[in-house]
Design a binder for this molecule. Sequence first.
Ligand SMILES: Nc1ncnc2c1ncn2[C@@H]1O[C@H](COP(=O)(O)OP(=O)(O)O)[C@@H](O)[C@H]1O
Ligand SMILES: [Mg+2]
Length: 508
Amino acid sequence: MDYVIEMLNIRKEFPGIVANDDVTLQVGKGEIHALLGENGAGKSTLMNVLFGLYKPEKGSIKVHGKEVNIEDPNVANRLGIGMVHQHFMLVDTFTVTENIVLGSEPSKAGTVDIKAAEKEVQALSEKYGLNVDATAKIRDISVGMQQRVEILKTLYRGAEILILDEPTAVLTPQEIKELTQIMRDLVKEGKSIILITHKLKEIMQICDKCTIIRKGKGIGTVDVSETNPTELASLMVGREVTFKTDKTPASPGETALNVKNLKVKDFRGVEMVKGLNLDVRKGEIVGVAGVDGNGQVELVEALTGLKKSSSGEISLNNRSIYNLEPRKVTESGVAHIPQDRHKHGLLLDFPIGENLVMQNYYMEPNSKRGVLNFKKIYEKARSLIEEYDVRTPNAYTQARSLSGGNQQKAIIAREVDRSPDLLIAAQPTRGLDVGAIEFIHSKLIEERDKGRAVLLVSFELDEIMNVSDRIAVMFDGQIIAEVKPEETDEQELGLLMAGRKSEKRGEA
Ligand SMILES: Nc1ncnc2c1ncn2[C@@H]1O[C@H](COP(=O)(O)OP(=O)(O)O)[C@@H](O)[C@H]1O
Ligand SMILES: [Mg+2]
């Protein structure tokens, strides 16, 4: 077999961590090759090595069988390697074409003929079915189209090998289908694609080969036609996994959370929540579905007191919690599993035991007249560690040194243990392995069954469909539809998430 790319026995270290440890990746021409691993496994690092952003400590790279030294991204481009990063690198106020020619080596005496470039970009877009308007400004086009601009940018530079870093994470199901078709067209034209993902379904649907990295180590490469999701999952996490969420129907009680006409601005002062209405009753899980960037982050921040709203009402059990300080919101009965566990979830340099009492360290019995009672704190911590199966050497271990899944279990232990009236879970399983995901889902359901109101905000449709009793679709700062999981499907949800009213229902 002739390989277009070979990364052999790559090792890449960062201070205190080996991000890639003896990883080998061999990609054939015309192949869609998945790079699979949990969050933090080292996928992006490996691709940044290939793209010349990092220099490996060990190992070698061959392009078309010839050993190369990829010193920087310009060298990578010349070798025909293009990369679409997880976070796009486009200038908002520039046009598509301006972004594409930006930084590529100009032809005649340092100038670029924009009109000619526009034509070329438009032609490339048509050739690969990218459906991009070469003259549009980036700020006016959808996230999906921005991603296609990034793909065009690599093609314009002559890429033969395209690296796509978790491209589907920001897309709706329909956009994912479109991207799938684009990838198929690209390989038909002889391009090769390295697709980074942790979604097994995607791999099964579109990839030819799959290379697995687990905790930085290269585990191996499998033929997708000879494997299945269960095997891929266990290769990824290193043990057996099952995929099911056991759940009985909900029996919702009175309204717990009531949000009326809520408006919230983001850090730039742009209104992101635009008159939102939402109810969550006791004993039900309401899932907020939506594509990233439609105001979900601002909604959760407003509900938890992390951000002031500009107008509207928020009440919990008929008492206003609108614009209260975070601690007051907490004391009113709201618990929060935050999207960013590092920024809002844990004090990473503190022992896990102290993190477990972060919300109520100032209350009895953890503290009396302002004096902390460490004996009580650690007694409590140890029982939570046990109950929630937080894998840590002991309660004194720094939170930082726990794995993502165990950090998340610790946050959940802390938040759920306070017996909140309302539990807000924002992306609670993002980047976690399947085992931790199962555990967290079962905890959310358990809380629901104790009569608590649960608000789940997630970009993962599978999660929304499996866990929610009711789905609220968020688009452009509003809840534009409510559906029952058993009465909808990914197709309909995807359309709603893209802001289109459901055809099936006539109106949402
Ligand atoms: N620039 C960096 N400096 C220090 N550590 C890093 C850097 N980039 C990544 N890491 C660490 O390397 C590990 C692998 O990260 P990454 O390659 O981003 O994983 P993945 O893409 O599989 O989620 C993680 O533990 C991450 O924290
Ligand atoms: Mg990554």
